[in-house]
Design a protein around this ligand. Structure first.
Ligand code: ATP
Ligand code: MG
Length: 157
């Protein structure tokens, strides 16, 4: 489907905003104009759901989650940042593996199976995008992914 990712992203954030814990704050840095892309909307919803659920789950009380969308001539860059416990540098790639959960996540009894980001990676791959994470331990985590623009119809795997 051809969709306006700006509007779609607002819609997904709105849904989380209505149901989230009171103590978490959202900040949006989205463009005012449209960002038209060809994506499978259900799959993109799943990608965003998995990343945003983690950002909320691993946020401290009073934490702020920042949503960003940027567009260049080649791609959209979407990022979601939290102020949570962060992830050690050497584990930043592993979190996209099936069933991988950091010791911190396991010991803090925050439920989960370790599948959310592996699924998100499969879905971003299917859109010919790239997904990765950046983090400062103890300060927060940013998960970023790209969606290429100008793909012709039928190129979605
Ligand atoms: P599930 O998503 O299947 O319910 P999960 O959240 O543990 O379980 P993933 O979403 O795949 O699994 O994340 C894998 C691991 O990466 C998590 O267990 C956690 O250790 C780490 N992680 C993911 N997102 C964050 C984040 N925002 N802050 C800190 N650690 C994170
Ligand atoms: Mg998860």
């Amino acid at each position: 489907q051809r969709i306006d990712f700006t509007e779609f992203f607002h819609h997904v954030i709105d849904r989380f905003d209505m149901n989230k814990r009171e103590d978490i704050h959202f900040e949006r840095y989205l463009p005012k104009d449209e960002a038209i892309v060809t994506v499978d909307q259900d799959k993109m919803m799943q990608v965003l759901d998995n990343i945003i659920s983690n950002a909320i789950k691993y946020s401290p009380d009073g934490g702020t989650i920042r949503f960003r969308l940027r567009k260049d001539s080649q791609k959209l860059l979407i990022s979601i940042s939290d102020e949570g416990m962060g992830i050690a540098h050497e584990k930043l790639d592993k979190i996209f593996e099936r069933f991988y959960r950091t010791d911190k996540a396991r010991t803090r009894k925050l439920g989960g199976t370790g599948l959310g980001l592996a699924i998100a990676k499969d879905l971003v791959d299917a859109h010919h995008g790239v997904i990765w994470a950046e983090s400062k331990e103890g300060r927060g985590t940013t998960v970023l992914f790209t969606i290429p623009l100008n793909r012709k119809r039928g190129e979605l795997r």
